[in-house]
Write a protein that binds this ligand. Structure first.
Ligand code: ZN
Length: 250
């Protein structure tokens, strides 16, 4: 196992992997699972240390050892958020605060992990009606927006609409427009502890969104951006002064 100082970040793509088994419409789009399509997109962008993990593996495939050896975790979940154990969710949150990058996709907005890190309800409006979506870049200089042009257009997607109940993001990278008239903050960054978080909206399970070139480019950009940096160590509690302090009378 190489170190995070290596130029090749270690990526773990986590997927609930239930729709693919239960809905033929989804397995037709993602025969090897959403996680495989995302992992293949990262490989196509030059990432060479990409592994996957799914809900029904022991400890959901996210043992302490796996998380300790992960620089960036990508999360897709929808119908089984409640089946993620509190213990594993807490373990992921602790790793993010300790510096692991986290990319939360689409319906992951309601995952235990994202809700705990945001501290808000994370609810939103939605509609499954083949809306066209245009994701406008609103932060052109940001590394996550590189190489996608002024906007990404998806011919059919689920609609997510404001209000999105999140804290004000540190940075807003994409703003989505939907043909039904709604808008949505669809690419948002957050810093929590030593960790970097990117929420990215697209990717409803019945659409081939994770095969789209622009979407794959954004996820690859985000994976590079979210790699832990050599940040200042976090320490808390009572401590001795760094200089000699004058005597004070109590
Ligand atoms: Zn969806």
């Amino acid at each position: 196992m190489t170190h995070s100082s290596d130029s090749q970040p270690r990526i773990t793509v986590w997927n609930e992997y239930r729709h693919e088994h239960e809905n033929p419409k989804v397995s037709a789009v993602y025969p090897q699972g959403i996680h495989r399509a995302i992992a293949d997109g990262l490989s196509a962008h030059g990432f060479r240390q990409v592994q996957t993990a799914t809900l029904d593996e022991p400890e959901h495939g996210l043992t302490q050892g796996v998380l300790d050896a992960t620089d960036v975790l990508i999360w897709w979940g929808h119908k089984a958020h409640a089946e993620v154990s509190d213990e594993v969710a807490a373990r992921v949150v602790a790793r993010v605060l300790g510096g692991m990058g986290l990319i939360v996709l689409h319906s992951g907005h309601f995952s235990k992990v994202f809700k705990q890190l945001m501290g808000t309800g994370c609810d939103l409006k939605w509609r499954e009606a083949n809306d066209k979506e245009r994701l406008w870049v609103v932060q052109p200089a940001h590394p996550i927006a590189q190489g996608v042009g002024e906007y990404i257009e998806l011919s059919a997607e689920e609609m997510y609409g404001e209000h999105f109940d999140i804290p004000a993001p540190d940075e807003l990278i994409f703003l989505s427009w939907f043909s039904g008239g709604e808008v949505f903050r669809s690419g948002c960054t957050f810093m929590r502890g030593s960790g970097k978080i990117f929420y990215f909206r697209p990717g409803h399970e019945t659409y081939p969104t994770y095969f789209h070139d622009g979407i794959r480019q954004v996820i690859a950009n985000a994976a590079r951006w979210a790699v832990p940096t050599a940040s200042a160590p976090r320490s808390f509690g009572n401590r001795q002064p760094l200089e000699t302090l004058p005597e004070t009378s109590q």
